[in-house]
Design a protein around this ligand. Structure first.
Ligand code: G3P
Ligand code: MG
Length: 232
């Protein structure tokens, strides 16, 4: 079962910062999940529309220029990085799940991935672009048919993973609060990977592994890997 560092190794460093990315690499996460918004023509790595939860700023993200945003304190001497700065930090060393929160121009994501493949030693197969916004995933798929997409769901659909199959997704990425074995079986029967967020509890990790879940998003990748290694 793959372990993705959720918002980087966010149990050990401020979420979605370069320190959290470095920690995820040190902890040998199989992949890193980050949240992305568009700011002007840049892609920035932050979870919320408001900057106040994760920085000392007080306004809507869209009220800032990139320069202003990057002067804000994200804790432990960190700032809000661009997607490109995160990819420069990772240098192709693990999988990257780009969770698209608020992006108008999906071309920007594709350009960033292509540049990372040509300049930073990534393979295109190392990227998964996921979103709760399935219209956005469709738009991305139409311009980048070879990049994997992850269809996120925060609710338990009546027909399980069918929505992700309809999107021609690579994976269904679902909340642990409702995932059960039937959902996992249904995803696999449709040829989809099953990823689950956010999983830190040892008993949850072991249960999901026993169900054949393909990957989890965990705030503490080293601790998660330890739980699975002890069991193995
Ligand atoms: O991508 C998995 C997970 O990060 C989705 O929820 O709110 O943590 O971005 P959230
Ligand atoms: Mg996320």
């Amino acid at each position: 079962m793959l372990i993705f560092a959720h918002r980087g190794a966010s149990a050990d460093a401020p979420e979605n910062t370069l320190l959290a990315i470095e920690q995820a690499l040190i902890q040998q996460a199989d992949g890193i999940e980050i949240d992305v918004y568009q700011l002007g023509n840049e892609l920035v790595v932050i979870h919320d529309r408001w900057v106040s939860r994760t920085t000392n700023g007080t306004r809507l993200l869209s009220d800032y220029s990139l320069e202003e945003l990057q002067t804000l304190d994200a804790g432990k001497g960190q700032f809000v990085p661009t997607l490109w700065q995160v990819l420069q930090c990772v240098q192709g060393l693990c999988l990257i799940n780009i969770e698209v929160k608020g992006v108008r121009d999906v071309l920007l994501i594709n350009e960033c991935i292509n540049k990372a493949v040509s300049q930073l030693g990534f393979e295109a197969e190392q990227f998964i672009v996921s979103s709760f916004n399935h219209h956005l995933l469709l738009a991305f798929k139409s311009i980048a048919p070879k990049i994997k997409i992850g269809a996120l769901t925060a609710s338990n659909p009546l027909d399980y993973a069918r929505f992700a199959e309809d999107l021609q997704a690579y994976s269904v990425n679902a909340d642990i609060s409702f995932v059960d074995q039937n959902f996992v079986i249904d995803a696999h029967n449709r040829g989809l990977k099953m990823f689950v967020y956010t999983v830190d509890e040892p008993k949850d990790l072991l249960k999901l592994q026993a169900w054949g879940v393909d990957g989890v998003f965990s705030n503490g990748p080293a601790a998660a890997k330890l739980v699975l290694a002890v069991k193995a």
